[in-house]
Structure formats: C-alpha cells, structure tokens
Design a protein around this ligand. Structure first.
Ligand code: HEM
Length: 452
C-alpha cells in the first residue's frame, strides 16, 4: 500500500487549551476506539501536545519496527522518565540495545521457571489471607501481589513489608500525578501546589528507597545470583560498571512496568468473570481437573488452555497500555504526511484489537475466540498487547504466566461476585488503564473436598 492511500483526519471535538484530554479522561476506551472512525492517521490534541494517532496496521508496523526514527518520547514517556529515569522502557534508541542486552538474560526461558516458584509462593500467601464471605478490593490486592512477585523474582533479597508498602504508595502518588501532567503546560507543573509536591515527593521516595536496596547489595560480600547482582557486576568494553543511578533506573523500571500492568489485567479478568458465568464455569471445570484446589505451579501452565484463552481475551479487551507515544528523531513520512523531527505519534493496542474486521463482535468478552480451532486468520499485529519490534515488552511471558497462575489458583478455591462498591468505568493512570474499583465478595468452594 502506498502512503497516498491512507486516510488522514483530525478528531472532532477538541476544546480550547485541553484539546481532547477531557474526552479521553471521561471515557478512555470509548475515545480511543472511536479514532479509526475518522481515518488511518488521526490527529488529536492532548493539552498542548498534538499527537498523530495510528489506526492502521501497516502504519503501526512502520512505527514499531523503526525505533530509530520513531524514538521513545511524547507525553507518556516524558512523564515516566520523571521516576523511571533512563531505564529500559524509557531510554532513547541510542541507549536501548546496550540496556536490553544487559537485562535480557534475566528473562530467558531458563530463568522463568524459578520465577514461577516465586509466583506460586506469593499467590499462596495472598490466598491464605482470604476468608469465606470477605470482600476483597481487587486492584490493591493484586498490585501488592505483583509488586512482591516481581521484586522477589528479580531481586533475591527480601525488600521487606515496609519497603513494599512505601514503593506501592509512591506508585499511587506518582501515577496519579503523572497523568494530569501529560496535559497541562510545564509552567503549571512547577507551581508549589499540593499535587505537585506529592508528585515530587513520590519520585524522591521511590529513588531513595530503591537506592537503599542497591547500597545494601553493593555492601554484601556474596552475589545473590539475581538480576540486581548481574547489573552491579556488568562491565562495558572499557571495563566501566553501571553507576548507581543507572542501576536504580533499571530497578524502578522493572518494578513499575512489572506490577501495575499485570495487576490491572488481573482486575479486569475477575470483573469479567463475575459477569460471564459460562466462562467462569468452564474455567473452574478446568482448574478442578488440573489443580483440585491447590495453588497452580509453573508445570501446570501447559494444562490450563482455557485459562490461557481467558487471559488472552482480557489482554485483547484491556491491554493495559492505553496510549503509547513516540517522538520522531528526524524528518519522516507517515501515511503520506511529512512529520518534522520532534513530532509526536501515538498508538494503542486497543485500536486494532477491537476492529470488527479482525474480531467478530469485538465488544463481546469471548475467551472462545482464542481456542485453537477458532483462531482467526488475522495479521499478527492485530493482537499486540505487549507492543512489538525491538521495544516489545521484555516481561510478556512473565506477565502471561503470572496472570494465568493467579486466575487458575483463585478459581480453584473461590467463587466471587462483585459488590455494589464496584465501579467498572475505566480509570487511567500514567501507564495503564484499569477498572476504577473491583470489590469481590468471596465464597469458598467446597473446602472439605480439597483439604483431603
Ligand atoms: C500484562 C502485563 C503487561 C503488559 C500489558 C505490558 C505491556 C507492555 C508494552 C505495550 C510495552 C511496549 C511499550 C512501548 O512500545 O513503548 C512494554 C514494554 C516493557 N515492559 Fe511490559 N507489560 C506487561 C508486563 C510487564 C512485566 C511483568 C515486566 C517486567 C517484569 C515488564 C517490563 C517491560 C519493560 C522493561 C519494557 C520496555 C522494553 C524495551 O523497551 O526494551 N512488562 N510492556
């Protein structure tokens, strides 16, 4: 297809100053999925920033495979850099290959199995605290679980409950502060307002807490054989090691990227299952057969095909990353448009993952569409919850395994319904889209059957 065949448009309804930001905040899923109605490359305004939103698979392919020209940048990554610094997810193309080489070994197939042991242990301790009839606020519970899992998988030393809670609170303050900062002019971000102070404090606390862990590691005589030890021992061709700041940026990056995202996906999953009894029944049938009430382990993964379909369907409908941005590093052509250096391009996996030409009745939550015999003949790019190209998520297999083990283990032991406090309207934070609140009332499943 040549560039001239693409249809370019401007999304209607931009307001002075804020542009489309209010519409986006009010109903992010509806706003993002409405964009293909206007064209293949649609101009939107988020506060002062003009963003070219990509709504065609060929354009997305061009952008994600040319990460030199379409480099990390734009409102999302400018804010994430406030606390992730120059780590793997936020660094520019110039630093990316070296960083990815350093971090990749921690996500090799052979490393994933031991992470599975951590996942099972952390799941066990989360579920041990659940009681028949109790009400669980899902997102905070899953965030604590995923943060503990990622930290204990990648950093062998126990961060301790206090540090976990401090990091979790810093995430809440940093993410809630980062979102409005994407839309308001820089001058306003510097005013001594309570929100600005909270944001700065969160970033400083995160830096100091993670810095403390690194200092402790540097002092220990023996290596822990984990990612942090590998990063601390790494040397470049000149024999220079990574500075504390560089190591810290990687640690914060993995903690942020590896916790809120997966917790959001798990929260959508339990919410959808509460209103789709047929899917819930089939999930339980599978977990009864495979787990008989116990917590799932890594070796169970190949035996949980229906659970995997549920996870895929949740990743299709709620891919966590709601709008991913890039900045052009040089003049380039996109859909026949000449973009000068510094232009912002945005894409959301949701746009392609809800197209009716790829997915029949895309608005329906239907795990069956992922059964092997039902797999549609669609381009790979039509399902990209983890992005693609060189900047594809490094933790994709980790996240899928963690979500699958969690859903199977929960379904094996509990049924649940959502309470009136549940609010499934999507809430945006800087990095993910999640339900505002999912409160689950738990009912224990025939415990006498499992305890024998
Ligand atoms: C369901 C959960 C997750 C989702 C939906 C998700 C999604 C994504 C997406 C879409 C990207 C690409 C962003 C871009 O193109 O700019 C990405 C990158 C990344 N993710 Fe994930 N992610 C998840 C879980 C994880 C986990 C568990 C980890 C680590 C433990 C992780 C670490 C990273 C890192 C480090 C990057 C940057 C990779 C690079 O640029 O080389 N993510 N993720």
């Amino acid at each position: 297809m040549t560039g001239t065949e693409f249809h370019r448009a401007t999304a209607p309804g931009a307001l002075p100053v804020v542009g489309h930001a209010l519409r986006l905040l009010r109903d992010p899923l509806a706003f993002v999925t409405s964009l293909p109605n206007y064209g293949d490359l649609v101009e939107i305004r988020l506060g002062p920033q003009k963003v070219h939103a990509i709504c065609h698979p060929d354009l997305l392919q061009q952008v994600i495979t040319d990460d030199r020209t379409f480099d990390k940048g734009g409102p999302l990554f400018e804010r994430l850099r406030d606390f992730m610094g120059n780590g793997l997810a936020t660094c520019p193309h110039a630093d990316h290959r070296r960083q990815r080489r350093l971090v990749q070994p921690a996500f090799s197939r052979s490393r994933l199995t031991p992470y599975g042991t951590v996942m099972t242990r952390e799941l066990g301790s989360m579920l041990e605290g659940w009681r028949d009839g109790a009400v669980i606020d899902a997102f905070p519970a899953f965030s604590a679980f995923t943060l503990r899992t990622v930290s204990r998988s990648l950093f062998a030393a126990d961060l301790g409950q206090d540090r976990i809670e401090t990091i979790q609170q810093s995430f809440v303050d940093a993410f809630s502060g980062a979102l409005p900062r994407m839309f308001v002019p820089k001058a306003l971000q510097r005013l001594p307002l309570p929100g600005n102070r909270r944001y700065l404090n969160a970033s400083r606390t995160l830096t100091a807490t993670v810095g403390g862990v690194i200092a402790q590691y540097r002092q220990s005589v023996t290596g822990h054989g984990d990612l942090l030890s590998v990063l601390l021992a790494a040397r470049d061709e000149d024999g220079n090691g990574l500075s504390d700041a560089e190591v810290r940026d990687q640690v914060v990056t993995l903690l942020v990227a590896g916790s809120e995202t997966t917790a959001a996906v798990m929260s959508w999953a339990v919410a959808e299952l509460a209103t789709h009894p047929d899917a819930a029944r089939r999930l339980r049938k599978e977990t009864d057969y495979v787990l008989a009430g116990r917590t799932a382990t890594w070796d169970d993964l190949p035996h949980l095909p229906y659970t995997a379909c549920v996870v895929n369907e949740v990743l299709r409908r709620y891919p966590a990353g709601w709008m991913i941005t890039r900045t052009t590093s040089s003049e380039t052509q996109l859909a026949g448009l000449t973009l000068p250096p510094g232009s912002t391009v945005g894409f959301s996996p949701l746009i392609l993952q809800t197209r009716p030409d790829y997915y029949r009745m895309p608005e329906r939550f239907n795990p069956d569409r992922w059964l092997p015999h039902a797999t549609l003949d669609m381009p790979r790019i039509a399902f990209a919850p983890f992005g693609g190209g060189a900047r594809k998520c490094i933790g994709d297999a980790f996240a899928v395994a963690e979500t699958t083990l969690a859903l199977a283990s929960i379904a094996a032991r509990w049924t649940w319904e959502t309470t009136a406090a549940t609010d499934l309207r999507p809430a945006l934070s800087a990095s993910v889209i999640r339900p505002r609140r999912v409160c689950l009332r738990l009912a224990s499943r025939t415990p006498e059957r499992w305890s024998t």
